[in-house]
Design a protein around this ligand. Structure first.
Ligand SMILES: Nc1nc2c(ncn2[C@@H]2O[C@H](COP(=O)(O)OP(=O)(O)O)[C@@H](O)[C@H]2O)c(=O)[nH]1
Ligand SMILES: [Mg+2]
Ligand SMILES: [Zn+2]
Length: 437
């Protein structure tokens, strides 16, 4: 019996014949997928080490589709035959959408990622009759912790908190043996999108149901030389459906000098003090490095353009909004007249993208040049993960004064928009879209 039979646990949905591992990108026939033993005595795996549960190719299954390990315990979790890391079950039967979040250190990737997921969970249900949820809550533990910290705090949402710096080691990277070599791989965060009973287009249910995988690397991993054979931690860039390149205007002196009104943010105003983290490398250089990696891994010639849509996400909009002359900054989705859901307004986002492009051409032309010379589809979107500047905390043991937020004050702005836009550019729609007014 092949492992394909085992997946009748999700019997109402069709299993894909071939899948791609979200950790190591190995493509394999689905019936070669491994199971993760659940017997407490079957500890120790040939690729992951002595403390992980054994991975195995099963031959005995329960009627419900669980696999029995050699101690007769029913097992439900799946793993890749190449890297042995866990694969969330929805990837087996849902169409998948991969997004890479990239950018230099301290540009706001982790805050943005947490805000985007927090808002998508709410917006998808409230405005689009869809459920956006974790594909496997244990694998998404870290993003859940970020969300809880950023939006709920501990017991007191008025107590200041900070998301810690993303480590280049640690729990967002997994170590495994590939081809006999110890290799670090980035942890994907996986979600599912599925229609609620109130969803108004029953014929579209299969098309809009999706598994989404996203990656939050440490910024250091995007610096020249940081991705290599033993640490291919940013290989997802070449296989993703869209790339969100986060650019932080508060780290660019040209942007800062253009802001004539004083801003109450230590990232814009050095005289306020505070331990402001900054990238040591120019952000356009990081974009060049990312483009080089994608072209090398996709075997593109230097003068060929990347087809994957690139969205330049300008972060910390709350700190520099005096420079962007938008008519309004309401959410770009409208309640439809004839259906009980909203529709995403692509025109509005494209129009605002042009306004930001013009601003960037004035202030940071090299960023626009690098992106547009190398990618077919480039869009510019401004977001604020927090909607408000950080405050400066009390000195820590090293005398440093951290930048903190009170969860009760956080009001994200446009953080879902890069996700919706990435989907429309990649031709995978989970929400209805209006393209003409
Ligand atoms: N003003 C402002 N600051 C932000 C925002 N998002 C993040 N920050 C600050 O930017 C710093 C770096 O954020 P982080 O998400 O850790 O950056 P990463 O290294 O790219 O993951 C933190 O000190 C935050 O206080 C935002 O939307 N507005
Ligand atoms: Mg981070
Ligand atoms: Zn794998």
């Amino acid at each position: 019996m092949s492992a394909t039979n085992t997946n009748s646990e999700s019997s109402s949905m069709k299993i894909k014949p071939q899948i791609s591992c979200p950790h190591c990108w190995y493509e394999f026939p689905t019936d070669k997928i491994l199971f993760i033993s659940e017997s407490p005595d079957l500890i120790g795996d040939s690729k992951l080490g002595d403390s992980d549960q054994l991975r195995f190719l099963p031959y005995r299954f329960s009627i419900g589709g669980a696999a029995f390990d050699s101690h007769g315990v029913a097992c439900h979790k799946l793993a890749c035959p190449n890297c042995h890391l866990q694969i969330p079950r929805p990837l087996l039967h849902m169409s998948s959408f991969f997004i890479s979040i990239a950018g230099a250190p301290a540009v706001g990737k982790s805050y943005f990622f947490a805000s985007m997921i927090w808002q998508l969970r709410k917006t998808m249900t409230r405005d689009f009759s869809m459920n956006f949820t974790d594909a496997d809550p244990t694998l998404n533990k870290r993003i859940r912790e970020y969300e809880m910290k950023q939006f709920m705090g501990g017991d007191d949402p008025n107590a200041p908190v900070a998301i810690e710096k993303t480590d280049i080691q640690g729990d967002i990277y997994n170590n495994t043996l590939i081809g006999g070599h110890l290799t670090s791989l980035a942890q994907p965060f996986s979600f599912t999108i599925s229609p609620l009973p109130t969803y108004p287009f029953p014929k579209q249910v299969t098309n809009v149901t999706q598994a989404v995988c996203m990656y939050d690397n440490a910024g250091e991993s995007f610096l020249p030389g940081a991705d290599n054979a033993s640490q291919p931690v940013t290989r997802h860039l070449a296989t993703s459906d869209a790339i969100l390149f986060l650019f932080d205007p508060t780290q660019d002196s040209r942007f800062k000098n253009a802001c004539k009104k004083t801003v109450n943010d230590p990232q814009m105003n050095a005289s306020m003090g505070g331990d402001v983290r900054r990238s040591k490398v120019n952000q356009s250089t990081v974009l060049t490095e990312i483009i080089t990696r994608i072209k090398t891994q996709s075997h593109l010639a230097a003068d060929e353009k990347i087809k994957t849509p690139i969205i330049i996400v300008l972060t910390k909009y709350d700190a520099w909004n005096q420079l962007a002359d938008f008519p309004t900054y309401n959410n770009p989705w409208l309640r439809a007249k004839k259906i009980p859901t909203s529709v995403y307004d692509v025109n509005c986002v494209n129009e605002y993208s042009q306004i930001l492009r013009k601003l960037l051409l004035d202030l940071i032309p090299d960023l626009v040049g690098t992106a547009e010379a190398n990618a077919e589809k480039v869009t510019y979107i401004a977001v604020s993960a927090t909607g408000t500047p950080p405050e400066i905390g009390m000195p820590d043991n090293d005398g440093k004064r951290p930048l903190l937020y009170r969860p009760a004050n956080i009001k994200p702005v446009w953080v879902e928009v890069p996700f919706f836009h990435a989907q429309t550019l990649a031709g995978k729609y989970c929400v209805p879209v209006v393209t003409k007014s």
